[in-house]
Design a protein around this ligand. Structure first.
Ligand SMILES: [Zn+2]
Length: 417
């Protein structure tokens, strides 16, 4: 639904700051707009550019754009210092959601399938930092500041501490070439927030998205984060980062999302509605990633939203396309130490073996004790997940040997009943 009341949505503050906000982007943008009123003109320039971009035929050649991401973990308690597996899981969620490969696509109502988009945008954890050094794309900063992701109140001299190393947070990496994601605790005030795309030039040090650590990654085993536990807070906030807006407008009372193919809706949807849901005279795409529904019920961006995002990547955010942040990708070795995970280690009763990479052919797995005696041996495809029961073994050091082709990899296991 297109409306031309520029920035009017900033005035529509739907929720009190005292409640936990599904998305605090409108509120944050309103606060920043009051401080930096020149953003109104900047935003008008961006919208004029997008209209011009859309007016030109732009055949796609199937090129997929990969966005280098740096994740800044800023933690006070160790539980907030989330593991790499959780960060990788979030990148995986983004790559599924933006490519329309998410698990719940089969549940899309038929009437919305024609407008559901593969955005042809993907994400990678940066492999080169802004100085050209190899990196895992993750920074970890211990802080003394509580609730630092509550950017509305945890400030110093008017600056939200999270975005500044000198204030106990973490400075952004070159925002022209990296998508910065800050992950920290908001003490239950918000799930995610971003200044969006309009403040690129005005506040480059805050150009990125903020996600509360409880809602980052796929926490499908953590009931505490439900119903926002599947990583779609980041999908939604990154939509804002690419200049998408919320799709409601009180049936045109204020600015909508400036997208043609998202039916006008009166207000945000929460929970997990059942199709059809109608307002403003049409059925609503309540399952849009830019709505407020539960993670498991968000399913799609539209073709019109994809256009807005790609326009940004041809214009104000073109630096991300030119970035070499993901240029250094390790050559995937089909059979390497990194390709084999064993856990837990030390173990009491069971060793799980998992393969990061698909190893061609048969892998032979052997377990030896410290005396070199073979206790166990199996030949299998790496596709099969394995567990080895070691509960009957005496406490001590053991060795797992993996053979494939002419290569052998050995890993030490400590059995500690
Ligand atoms: Zn939002």
């Amino acid at each position: 639904m297109i409306r031309t009341i520029v920035l009017a949505s900033f005035l529509c503050l739907g929720l009190s700051l005292s409640a936990q906000m599904r998305c605090a982007a409108d509120e944050w943008q309103a606060e920043l707009t009051a401080i930096y009123p020149e953003v109104v003109q900047g935003n008008q320039r961006i919208e004029a550019y997008i209209r011009n971009w859309r007016a030109q035929a732009r055949p796609r050649n199937g090129e997929v754009i990969t966005i280098p991401v740096v994740v800044h973990i800023v933690y006070q308690d160790e539980i907030e210092n989330i593991p790499e597996l959780q960060i990788n899981a979030q990148i995986e969620v983004l790559n599924e959601d933006f490519r329309l490969l998410n698990e719940n696509v089969p549940y899309l109502p038929d009437e919305f399938r024609p407008i559901a988009a593969d955005t042809e945008i993907e994400f990678c954890l940066a492999s080169l930092d802004p100085d050209g050094r190899p990196t895992d794309g993750i920074t970890r900063t211990s802080t003394d500041i509580s609730c630092i992701a509550d950017i509305f109140t945890v400030k110093s001299d008017g600056r939200s501490r999270l975005f500044y190393t000198e204030l106990g947070g973490q400075d952004a990496w070159d925002t022209e070439h990296y998508l910065n994601i800050w992950v920290a605790s908001s003490c239950g005030t918000l799930l995610g927030v971003t200044p969006g795309a309009a403040f690129i030039d005005i506040l480059p040090e805050q150009d990125g998205v903020v996600i509360d650590y409880k809602y980052f990654g796929n926490n499908c085993f953590s009931g505490e984060s439900a119903p926002y536990h599947l990583g779609r807070t980041a999908t939604h906030e990154i939509g804002h980062f690419f200049n998408l807006k919320h799709p409601w407008s009180d049936c045109g009372t204020f600015e909508g999302d400036l997208v043609d193919d998202t039916p006008d809706q009166s207000a945000p949807y929460y929970g997990c509605p059942i199709h059809p849901q109608a307002s403003c005279g049409s059925n609503d795409v309540y399952m849009n990633f830019m709505n407020y529904t539960d993670d498991e019920c968000m399913m799609m961006f539209t073709v019109g939203q994809k256009e807005r995002m790609l326009a940004m990547l041809d214009g104000p955010r073109e630096g991300l396309k030119a970035s070499v942040g993901c240029a250094l990708q390790p050559t995937p070795l089909p059979f390497s130490d990194e390709a084999i995970l064993i856990y837990p280690n030390p173990t009491q009763d069971c060793i799980h073996i998992d393969f990061n990479a698909e190893i061609p052919g048969i892998v032979q797995v052997e377990l030896y004790d410290a005396m070199g005696r073979r206790l166990f041996q199996i030949d299998e495809s790496s596709r099969n997940f394995r567990s080895i029961d070691v509960s009957s073994l005496a406490r001590g050091v053991y060795f797992l040997c993996f053979h494939a082709g002419r290569q052998t990899i050995t890993k030490k296991v400590l059995v500690a009943p």
